[in-house]
Every structure is written in C-alpha cells, then in structure tokens.
Design a protein around this ligand. Sequence first.
Ligand code: GLU
Length: 512
Amino acid sequence: MMKEVRVRFAPSPTGALHIGGVRTALYNFLLARKYNGKMLLRIEDTDQNRFVPGAEEYIIESLAWAGIEIDEGVSKGGPYAPYRQSDRKGIYQKYAQQLLDEGKAYYAFDTEQELESMRERLKAQGSSDQQYSSVTRMQMKNSLTLQESEVKQKLESGEHFVIRLNVPANLEIKLNDLIRGEVRVNSSQVDDKVLMKSDGMPTYHLANVVDDYLMKISHVIRGEEWLPSAPLHVLLYRFFGWEKEMPQFAHLPLLLKADGNGKLSKRDADKAGFPIFPLNWTDPKTKEFSKGFRENGYLPEALLNFLAFLGWNPGTEQEIFSMKEMIDAFTLERIGKAGAKFDIHKAQWFNQQYLRAKTDEQLAQYLFDSLKKEKIECPDEKAIKICIAMKERVTFPRDFWEYGKFFFVAPTQFDEQLIAKKWNDDTVKFLTAYKEELKGKSIIDAENAKSLLEKTSILTEIASGKIMQMLRVALTGGASGPDLMMTMEIIGKDESVSRISYALENFKVKVS
Ligand code: GLU
C-alpha cells in the first residue's frame, strides 16, 4: 500500500511571504489533493532574531486568499499539534539528548572569538575549508576534547553552549531527489552543524527533521535553496534510525527574472513595478510598504494557474487549468530542473483569460465596486453593457472604471497629437452634419448611430472612415477603446451630441 501522502508548507515568519513561497505551497497542496492526502502548515520560527510580528498571520491570510487550503497546522490544529516550532522546544531537546547520549552529537563551548580565530588560523594555513568539522573539532573546546568533569562543571555553572552534530568523516550520503535525481555527497564536506543553540532553541535542521518525522511527512517539497542542506538531513535520519520513514525529497527550481538572468528579487519586481508578495505588506521595522498581487487586481485562480506553470508543465498545449484540472494533471515528475522565468506579462495574460470567463453580471460587480468609491450611480443594464463592450480590453477588475470613465463623465483631456494630425475641414463638415442627424432622433442605439453615420457620409460625400478617429477622440478623449457605436448607445444621444459640439467648438483646425 502506498504511504499516505502528507506534505507540509513550512515557512519561517521572517517577513511577507514571497510569491515563490506561494508556488511551493501550491505544489504541496496539489500533491496532497491528488492523492487524498493532507496538507500541513508548520511555522518554523526557531530563529528568534529573524522573527517578524504579523508574518504568521500574513502567511495564513495569503494562503486563504489564494485558495490553498490547509488540513492541519497552526491555523487549524490537528493530531500532531502544536505546529509552531517555538511551542515544541521540549521535543527537540529530547531528541538532541538522544543524539548526545549515543555520541552522535556533542556539546561545544567555543566563544565567537575562538571560532573566529579558528577560521583565521585555517585561512593562514591556506586551507580552503574553515569549517567546524571532523578535521578541526579536536582542536576546539567541546565535550570531545575536554575532561568529562570539566564539561559537567561548565554545564552546571550555566556556561553558554551549543550542541553540534558529530558528522563522521568520509561517509557517502546519497539521496534520491524526485526532481534532480541522485545526489551524492561525502560527509567530509558536511560540517558539524549546530543542532541546539545557546538560547535553548533548535536550529532549522534539527527541528525540520524531527518534525517531518513526527508529523509523518511523506514528501518534502521545497525550494532549491534547501538542496545543500538535504544531505545533512539524510544523515540525521540515519542517526536517529528513521531511514525507513524518511520522506521523499523534491527540490523546486528557482524563480528567475524574466530574461533568465539571475534570481528574481524584490528589487527587480519593485523596479519593474510589479508585486512580489501576495497581499499588501508594510514592514513593521522599516515601514516600507509593498503592494500585493491581490490589491493589484490579480484573481487568485489566475495567479495560481500562472504559478503552477513556473517549473511544472502538463506536457500538453493546455494552459488554462481549473483547480480540479490542475490537481488531476499535476505530478512531481513533470517539474523541471531548470530555473523558471517569471514573466509578469504572462501573469497578466492569465488574469485576462480568467476575467473574460466571468459572467457579465460578475464583471458588472467589479465596475460597481469602483463606482461605489466614486459615488456614481449606475443602472444594472448600463453596467452590463459597459462590461460587455470592455471585456476584451481589460486586465484587472479596476480597468472597467479606469478605461471606461468616459461612460460616466465627459473627457477633459484629449489626444492632442491625433487632433493636430486628423482634425480638418472635412472632419468639421462631417461631424457638424452628423450632430444635426443625431439631434433629430429622440434616442439612439448602436445600430441607428451607425446608419446615421452612413447617411451623413452620403450627404457630405466624405468617407466615415476618415473621421472615425476624431469622433472617438471627441467622445472618449482617447484614440482607442471599445466599439464606438456601442459607446454612443451607452452614453446616450444627448451626451454624444454635447461631446461632439464641444469638440467642434474647441478642437482647432490645423492651418496648413
Ligand atoms: N523554514 C524553511 C523556509 O523558510 C522551510 C524549508 C523546508 O521546507 O524544509 O523556507
């Protein structure tokens, strides 16, 4: 029988969740759902120096917004609670003690200064490796080099100590990464990592391995930056005698800048003007504010669809995936090793596709949200017409208002360059006649606005194609936009006439 799939997203609350973290959470979630397994949220807050207030709440809210559901975890509880590492201190102490008792770990009393002088000494000797390890540990101040009584005395007197892993020399460590294949490392390259710090807190490595074991994690799916730590984790599983229960590893490819040149950073995103965090975030220390994907108008379904493709592909041409389709199609085998280019235009494309798939009533709701802020009233029928007209042109929900303001208020700014080029005697003649035709009607719809246009063309002997752009500038201010006849139907006859009159009075014919 296949082991129950139990995966975890294990962020450290050191600030806002990076969008790459959302992708990691998504891949974990997809695997859990595909195999009817469990998705855990574990907060890895053992590094008290990097703790940022509000970060844990932010992570929980981000996942909830994105639609990544948690089955067990800090926000949920569950059979392996607590799920916050700072609440599990006693557990790690017990396991560290086990390693100490078995000689697989030792106490080290070296001060910062002593560590520094070790590094200096090794550097001076020309050694390329200045680590605390099987090579150097016997020259240091630890329970392997000091007399037992001395160690006892130090511990009893409350002297600061750490617990280090006693990494044997020249041992082959092998792991089979589901994405990268076999990874082999010689233990001589692994240093005697600190497992317990002087503040009584475990380090990430110990806490991570102990928790994955106790929480019965089947797959560890995490970012590539953790790959160098994986051999150490394998060694810990071996030392604890948990090799049979060891989870499978899958280290996800990096997120790269759009041009593939280096890792995607917050700085790059800021410079290019796109978000890097799922939700708005104000750094509590620096007060720096960052706008989130949510507040920028990205739909969570579209964002997840975009993120799914950053590293994974279904092996077909299909790009739009509902959550259910994504769960069905997802496999770890189809995640590549190569870094994934983060192209915000692709995220925008997904957002457009998801917006277009909404019903007109749903789209109208977005417009109403903006209108409410502007304190503008609008009948349902008009809002729906606007949304139908604009649908193909919007990327974000707010665009219905941003690009459709002219449906509610007459433009005050006009494309001057275009006017200078295209406003001429013929335009004046045509629009003057067209205005008179319109005035003769009580109301207009798109169809009769068009037939009047054709009639005016015959009367004036001027092709309507020649004046269309100027008609658009007169009505909307800009050079492009939704169907013009439909625009006239929506803004109505009187308003259309008034805007054309304004143009006739104010746009100047270029004197040649
Ligand atoms: N706490 C680690 C992080 O912040 C988790 C790494 C892992 O998933 O093992 O990314």
